[in-house]
Design a protein around this ligand. Structure first.
Ligand SMILES: NC(=O)C1=CN([C@@H]2O[C@H](COP(=O)(O)OP(=O)(O)OC[C@H]3O[C@@H](n4cnc5c(N)ncnc54)[C@H](OP(=O)(O)O)[C@@H]3O)[C@@H](O)[C@H]2O)C=CC1
Ligand SMILES: O=C(CO)COP(=O)(O)O
Ligand SMILES: [Zn+2]
Length: 349
């Protein structure tokens, strides 16, 4: 008897475009969520659009500002929601407030609306929260947002490196899917053809359009946000971050532990993807296409551009497999010599 079942959770409304922040009230009304919102944000988005967002929401919205990601921040949001009598959450900003709100909403059993102010990574729409704790990073299942409202005017005005980071997070889907397929072949890890194909196609479309992604063009913000939505949907279909997170993400998470906050998530996974593509296929493989696409977009392709010294990159690559129990090309760890060769041949160090 066939007993398998799949439960794919997706947002109900995804609204992307110029000035759509002013539609937030209508979007929330359409969701039929009732009661008082708690806006979960971080300092810059609060300063830029906090008032505008609250003006769209009824019932005297409360606000909490998150400075650092982590389980303590999630706990503070849960407590604030309870003490303020909130009934749903609005995550406003980059990945830090959005992931914090997503996980707190899941804990509270509340609905949550994602209002990204930067196209910096694909967590803006996904059903995963990525939360650092000590030496590890937890990718926690959480309900995806009920709605995503991404105002391209706001996103395009954000520092350009946030957008190039989002692009690099998408480009890294190439190696994430390679790792996922490898884990499927060698470890019998469940693989979804639909999620894998969607994720890879999203990366391919971005690479093909790399030349047209330019600073100051609102259309570029639109292209990147749509790609991030597509990648988030792939994760929802898979029920895991596998379509968008392989060894290049382990490498980035390791860098976060060694030197937190030095570089953006997307930029780190982009450089990680160059290295991991080399490990998968060697000299003649995809690593050059990945590097060239990143370079065209203006995302870092070397350790120095990321702001790390060479030895830190080698340390991160040789210890990345310890971040979590996820089978990738790194297996149980690669030797220092192999890491050095990959980093040298690809020009990362
Ligand atoms: N769930 C998932 O699948 C994923 C989750 N993540 C998580 O997301 C986080 C990283 O995301 P990221 O967006 O880089 O982190 P942040 O939310 O910290 O945003 C990065 C920076 O951008 C600033 N910022 C945001 N929007 C604007 C704007 N419109 N104008 C000016 N500055 C702005 C923030 O300022 P300030 O701090 O002053 O407010 C911050 O300094 C990580 O914690 C990671 O775990 C990453 C990838 C995927
Ligand atoms: O960053 C992500 C996808 O781009 C999420 O991945 P993690 O599961 O590694 O946190
Ligand atoms: Zn990512």
């Amino acid at each position: 008897m066939f007993e398998k079942s799949t439960w794919i959770k997706l947002p109900r409304n995804v609204v992307v475009g110029h000035g759509v922040l002013d539609d937030l009230g209508d979007v929330v009304d359409d969701l039929s969520v009732v009661g008082r919102p708690l806006v979960v944000t971080s300092p810059s988005p609060e300063r830029l659009v906090g008032e505008r967002v609250r003006a769209q929401l009824g019932n005297d919205p409360a606000t909490i500002t998150v400075e650092h990601a982590g389980f303590d921040a999630v706990e503070r949001v849960v407590e604030a929601a309870e003490s303020e009598g909130a009934t749903y959450l609005v995550g406003l900003g980059g990945g830090k407030p959005i992931d914090t709100a997503k996980m707190a909403a899941d804990h509270l059993g509340f609905g949550f609306v994602s209002v990204p102010t930067a196209a910096s990574h694909d967590g803006i729409v996904s059903g995963r929260s990525s939360i650092p704790e000590g030496d590890t990073r937890h990718s926690v299942a959480a309900d995806p947002p009920l709605a995503v409202v991404a105002d391209t005017e706001v996103v395009a005005a954000a520092p350009w490196e946030l957008t190039t980071a989002g692009c690099a997070d998408i480009v890294s889907n190439y190696t994430a899917v390679e790792d996922w397929q490898l884990a499927h072949r060698l470890q019998n890890v469940e693989y979804s053809e639909y999620a894998g194909a969607l994720s890879r196609m999203t990366a391919e479309m971005l690479v093909e359009n790399a030349e047209s992604i330019k600073q100051g063009l609102e259309e570029s913000a639109w292209v990147v946000v749509k790609a991030l939505v597509s990648s988030g949907v792939a994760m929802s279909i898979a029920g895991s971050s596998r379509p968008a997170s392989g060894a290049e993400h382990l490498f980035s998470h390791r860098l976060d532990r060694i030197e937190p906050g030095r570089a953006l998530h997307g930029h780190q996974v982009g450089v990680g993807s160059i290295l991991v593509a080399y490990l998968h296929e060697g000299e003649k493989g995809m690593w050059r296409n990945i590097r060239d696409a990143l370079a065209v977009i203006g995302a870092p392709t070397t350790a120095a551009e990321l702001g790390f010294d060479d030895e830190t990159v080698i340390e991160a690559l040789t210890t990345a497999h310890r971040i979590r129990d996820r089978y990738t090309i790194l297996g149980n760890g690669i030797s220092e010599a192999a890491a050095r060769e990959a980093a040298t041949v690809t020009g990362v160090i």
